[in-house]
Write a protein that binds this ligand. Structure first.
Ligand code: ADP
Ligand code: AIR
Ligand code: ASP
Length: 292
């Protein structure tokens, strides 16, 4: 049996999202993030269930958040509980989607008539107001301050963290033959003992919210495979997991259902996970990280 047993059956749902469910956590200040197999696009207009997607996103996001944390970027991630769930710090989500782009694609191409694949002169940051009813409209820094979605200090911190995430992840993906075209981040507020605010990277970082192209072939290895009906989404996500070293090169272990196959393959590198946890506990004891 590959699953340590879902903890979520007995827990209260705090929020039912399109791709994830947030459950009450075991301790105050924590919640459980459950990764579903639902794939949506166009704010839910297009929907499908893609078996195994949640397992892969849970693992990929846990890995990337751990690596970012290792670089001193504060994140909400605490630990993986099982193949679909992770324990995270509960934060007050800042209602912004922070998009960083290195290469023109997606809505930038549509909006400005650029050629897909055109390398930008330098990375571009964009903000969208996170509001499904309004279709997440693009907003300026001025809107953010004017509406009070974040204060100037918070915004400065968000921008600085977004650049650092881009620098680090661009290098990490380049090392495995992948171009980080663009991605979307969410941030949240964690209140300290004296009501001081720490900004943490929240939500997920996975092929659901990054555009990842093979450096040599430009093959799309992300959710655009679903958005553009290209097929082969799971194979693409598995390729990312494999290149990140989360699935052995020999591939997915056969037998059982797709969850079990992916879980078994990921289980083979349990040692690596243990190493990551050790790294995290060292980081946690660091006095330079007051949010821990
Ligand atoms: P959506 O809300 O767009 O349908 P998801 O299906 O990904 O998105 O749902 C996950 C929800 O959980 C998102 O609304 C996200 O803002 C929120 N969230 C992510 N991380 C945290 C966190 N650490 N604390 C509280 N909420 C979070
Ligand atoms: N994104 C934006 N909203 C939801 C998501 N997942 C991500 C996309 C893409 C980047 O933000 O996955 O990586 C820019 O998206 P777009 O559609 O504005 O080009
Ligand atoms: N996340 C949005 C949706 O689920 C937009 C997208 O990813 O295309 O509809």
């Amino acid at each position: 049996m590959f699953f340590s047993g879902s903890l979520t059956n007995r827990r209260k749902v705090l929020y039912e999202g399109k791709a994830k469910t947030i459950f009450e956590g075991p301790e105050p200040g924590t919640v459980i993030q459950y990764f579903k197999d639902d794939a949506t696009a166009g704010n839910g207009a297009k929907h499908d269930i893609i078996a195994g997607k949640g397992v892969l996103n849970n693992r990929i996001s846990a890995h990337l958040m751990t690596r970012l944390e290792g670089m001193g970027i504060p994140t909400h991630f605490l630990k993986c509980l099982n193949m679909r769930e992770q324990l995270i710090r509960q934060v007050e989500i800042i209602p912004l989607e922070v998009v960083v782009r290195n290469v023109a694609a997606g809505s930038l191409v549509k909006k400005l008539g650029m050629k897909e694949g055109q390398v930008l002169n330098y990375p571009l940051i964009e903000f969208y107001y996170k509001k499904d009813e309004l279709n997440d409209p693009m907003v300026s820094e001025n809107h953010i301050l004017n509406m009070g979605w974040a204060d100037p200090y918070e915004l400065e911190e968000i921008v600085s963290l977004a650049w650092r995430v881009n620098d680090y992840l661009s290098g990490l993906f380049s090392g495995i033959g992948i171009r980080l075209v663009d991605f979307k981040l969410e941030f949240g507020r964690l209140y300290g003992e004296y009501d001081e605010v720490y900004i943490l990277l929240a939500d997920e970082i996975s092929p659901d919210n990054c555009r990842l192209w093979d450096e040599k072939t430009n093959e799309k290895l992300d959710k655009d495979r679903f958005r553009q009906d290209l097929g082969g989404l799971i194979e693409a996500y598995q390729d990312i997991a494999k290149r990140l070293g989360l699935i052995p090169d020999s591939g997915i272990i056969q037998g059982g259902n797709i969850d079990e196959q992916i879980a078994a393959s990921l289980g083979e590198i349990e040692n690596e996970l243990a190493k990551e946890r050790k790294l995290r506990s060292i980081n946690k004891s660091s006095p330079t990280k007051p949010w821990k």
